[in-house]
Design a protein around this ligand. Structure first.
Ligand SMILES: Nc1nc(=O)c2c([nH]1)NC[C@@H]1CN(c3ccc(C(=O)N[C@@H](CCC(=O)O)C(=O)O)cc3)CN21
Ligand SMILES: CC(C)C(=O)C(=O)O
Ligand SMILES: [Mg+2]
Length: 270
């Protein structure tokens, strides 16, 4: 795994690449592509577990999927995305939940959807040896408060708040910062101001790195966010394969002779 120190040192020089993965075979593919960081995102709530949002994802689910990803990963840094209310209620409980991801699940760091309430927690986690990736801008766990997945930091006041919180989390010891669905000029400014790398999603081209949800990036999502780009059409490929399977079974062309074994010893009997 690249250390979080290696990731931190990429700020301003190399591009940091990050993608989500929620299972072992996906993690293997993502790693083979040379991705720096694999995020076991709580987006698995909607992308893989069939929930409407990320809110129902549990600590046990995150630990289980992080374990699967970590087992399949050798080179990339594995980051566990802490689910809604797994942190922030009480500090001791937050620390234990985050600690589990390193101690039991094999992650190298955790990500917290950040706000004024995560500054002290970030500092405490870093003190204990739990590296923290911060996340500002659109924080989807606040969807009920926000009323939708809308662009954040669009007024001077909101932009200043994001900049201040970015500084506060860097000072608290976060090793990197995700900026989600914010204006490109704000993201560029935050990137300029911080020493730690910024990793953008819907935040323009001037962050130190980029992240996307795997399903969006490969063209598997039915309704990807407007800021995502599909670099392939995996959904169509899968549909084609599945249609082919159904067709072959129904028409009797699968299994063919080469997929079957006739046992000579049984030939006389049956
Ligand atoms: N597959 C997937 N990709 C993601 O990037 C992602 C998830 N899932 N789940 C958690 C959050 C939710 N995200 C989203 C989802 C929708 C919009 C979106 O459609 N935004 C529109 C409409 C906003 C509104 O009015 O509600 C926009 O124009 O901003 C943005 C980010 C990003 N995250
Ligand atoms: C999109 C990234 C940043 C995320 O938080 C997730 O996948 O859950
Ligand atoms: Mg997330």
């Amino acid at each position: 795994m690249p250390s979080v120190t290696a990731i931190r040192s990429m700020a301003g020089s190399e591009s940091v690449t990050m993608l989500t993965a929620y299972d072992a075979p996906t993690a293997r593919l993502v790693e083979e592509a040379g991705i720096d960081i694999i995020l076991v995102g709580d987006s698995m709530g909607n992308a893989a577990l069939g929930y409407e949002s990320t809110l129902p994802v549990t600590v046990d689910e995150m630990a289980s999927h992080t374990e699967a990803v970590a087992r399949a990963t050798e080179e990339a840094l594995v980051v566990a995305d802490m689910p809604f209310l797994s942190f922030g209620v009480e500090q001791a409980e937050s620390v234990r939940n985050c600690g589990r991801m390193l101690k039991e699940a094999g992650a190298g760091a955790v990500k917290l959807e950040s706000g004024p309430h995560t500054v002290d927690l970030t500092e405490r986690l870093v003190q204990l040896g739990i590296p923290v990736m911060a996340h500002l801008g659109l924080t989807p766990q606040r969807v009920n408060e926000l009323g939708g997945y809308t662009r954040q930091g669009t007024t001077e006041k909101a932009a200043e708040e994001i900049l201040d919180l970015a500084h506060a989390h860097e000072d608290a010891g976060a090793f990197s910062l995700v900026l989600e669905h914010v204006p490109a000029n704000l993201a560029a400014h935050v990137t300029d101001e911080l020493d730690i790398p910024t990793i953008g999603i819907g935040a323009g081209p001037d962050c130190d790195g980029q992240v996307l949800v795997f399903h969006d990036a490969v063209g598997l999502s039915e309704s990807p966010p407007p800021f995502a780009t599909a670099f392939g059409n995996v959904r169509e490929e899968l549909q084609h394969a599945l249609d082919g399977y159904v067709e072959a079974v129904e028409s009797g062309t699968f299994p063919a002779e080469e997929h079957s074994h006739v046992e000579d010893a049984l030939d006389e009997l049956y």
